[in-house]
Write a protein of this length. Sequence first.
Length: 397
Amino acid sequence: MNPEDLGFDADRLERVADICHWYVDEGKFPGTSVIVARRGRIAFRDTYGMADIEAGKKIEDDTIFRIFSMTKPITSIALMQLVETGKVLLTNPVSRFIPSFRDVKVYVSGDQDTWEGEPPQREPTIHDILTHMSGLGAGFDRGPIGRIYRANGLAFGVRRDATLAEHCDLLASLPLAFHPGTQWRYGASTDVCGRVVEVVSGMTLDRYFAEHIFEPLRMEDTAFWVPPEKWDRFAQNYQRRDGALEPFPGRYDRPPKMLSGAGGLVGTIDDYHRFATALVRGGELDGARIIGRKTLQYMALNHLPGGADLAQMAAGASETANEGVGFGLGFGVVIEPTSLGSLSSIGEYMWGGAASTAFWVDPVEEITVVFMTQLTPSATYPIRPQLRWTVNQALID
């Protein structure tokens, strides 16, 4: 497809490749892959660098990446599919589906060995877990909440020796960081969303994803693990240590016991492009509808109280800038581009993953962008705002 036919200046769009190639040539990323599309049609794609430096393996179009927290929008869509059936209401307490959440306590004092809590002002709801306003924390949190999570084996988000049901019961036994609905904290909420999907559907999360999202959208390489016949396509993950890239592996060679809806999936850039294309088309792709148009519009509204942005509501880290960004049902949502300080549209929604991957959907310009690399943590370099500038500056209509 000629970029001009989709409203892009082809020469200016090459700046996307320039910035990605610079990161690779400078030894900052092992390799990069990016797709820019408009109205569901690819205007630009570029693949550059290595999928596995030690093995001498280049990134290809069919390379499989850890998408980590880009799993969250998929899980959120799955849960909202069940809301659409009437089997779940956003106002339902989580305990309706996971009984252990009846007994949650809000942190008052203490540390990992002994802590004190008080009853929440109200139980966490389905809306709370979709918006990260449940009070659940994470092992990367600072202070006592993070220490308590780490002491319970949650340093990296999940315990792989637990099932999703066991994991959620463990979360319910730990202190909430705040009373539900009063703050925003990025953490384990989307794993709880995944467990609600299992309980309501009567299916394991991997099977539900396959039947209701991956198979309809023909996302053939997205899963919770990499089978032997695809292993040679799996990229290595890296971290920077002493100024150099060093492998930062994880185990994906067998089906995991823990099906993490917050961060467990792997997949190709083309698979995620198909997911993003379904979103920009209002929930449908090639005749397969995964979510209703009005439902998706509702999900992409800012659901933070009083129209606040994350700078006002967030406690802790996330996968987006906080200024000018609100939060919907599973996505960050741009509410003020000038505060964000990045070229974007009001209503654009997005998220990223811990290995520096990212995507966004711009319903105003009908643009989707998917970016893949494998460098942990995601805050190492400002590639996400740089991509927004280099993509959007190329628009000519």
